[in-house]
Design a protein. Sequence first.
Length: 462
Amino acid sequence: MKELKEDAIKELKANLRGGMIEPQDAGYDDARKVYNAMIHRKPRLIARCADVADVIHCVNFAREHDLLLSVRGGGHNAGGLGVCDDGLVIDLALIKYTRVDPQGLTVTAGGGCTWGDVDHATHVFGLATPSGIVSTTGVGGLTLGGGIGHLTRKCGLTIDNLLSADVVLANGEFVKANADENPDLFWAIRGGGGNFGVVTSFTFKLHPIDTIYGGPMLYELSETAEVMRWYRDLIKGAPDDLNGFFAFLTVPPAPPFPDHLHLKKMCGIVWAYAGPLPKAEETFKPIRAFKKAALDLVGPLPHPALKGMFDALYPPGLQWYWRADFVKELSDEAIAQHIKFGNALPSMQSTMHLYPINGAASRIANNATAWNYRDATWAQVMVGVDPDPANNDKIISWTKSYYDALHPHSAGGAYVNFMMDEGEERIKATYGSNYERLVTIKNKYDPNNLFRVNQNIKPSKK
């Protein structure tokens, strides 16, 4: 890093509409926080970018001063990669706008939007696009990593619905990336993360999805083996309209959960049926016939309500430790390990989820986008979560041990949005046969690796 002179910082500040926060400023400690409170990084500068011009100024400044650069959208990244030590944070939170075209069935969202912002804008038109599980997740991070959510089996990944993006490149140039303009860049940002530039705007395809039929069904932990075996067979042949992810959980001590289940460890499936509502009850007849659930909260509800269902359980500021894998088969041996660790959940918010990524998402070729595991059945994630840093050793130990026990049963790589700092070989395993093409595109658009605070694809020239 070159020496940062006050005159240079002063000039950058003068060029920003959004403003700059430095360590001596009163709001600094709040401004450097991200969703995962286990992350404690101290950047030299935090730029609150108000528009594309601010982003261009910041990218140029970081490049010219050889300054470490990170980009923060919603701040939800598992490894806290939206913030860096001693560098410059480009904070996109102020670039928050949505524009819905109900006739053209598209929505455009600024790089600072969360999925709650997008759902709010689209739902009034009875429309939706595939996104995540929690509405406070940022649009940018989730999209660039792939985008798994409640609508994956029906509509594909979020990147399968991305039509165009506005990108500020490492050289400060502003470009569009879509099927016609910079198609190589468009290929790379669909799963390749933030390696190729700062995405200031996304345009997505919309689907006529309004009220869905969904929610959690919970079962006793003693029934886990039976439930998991039934679920693995069901989801492989389920209609695309039906999505459901398996979870271990501790029942929150709050409505709508009944008092007698509060703080009880259970297993369950969170369902989302996005087909015609008149067919919902018929679709769920065999599901309900399989076994009477200890709690069945599945029914009609607005799509954004399902997305916001877990927001209160996972507010910003908790300690998080993540591990993940893609999974093709859920063997009886793997189920036995799941049961062992599901019984040992170390805290109320710690959990394991198996998100299905078959259905529509699986019918796109592995090399059609940077996202390489179209042939997997689930994206598996185990997370140790707790509000108290004093419990970090406990939640980290549980998560690592759980991952170590299940990794031999995995497909190899992992969903990048669920990864922490796990090394270059893990990144290569995640991108597989797409990795070398990503390196070629990185060489073209970011040969000096300015954008490296991410699951980094290193240019071969660096």
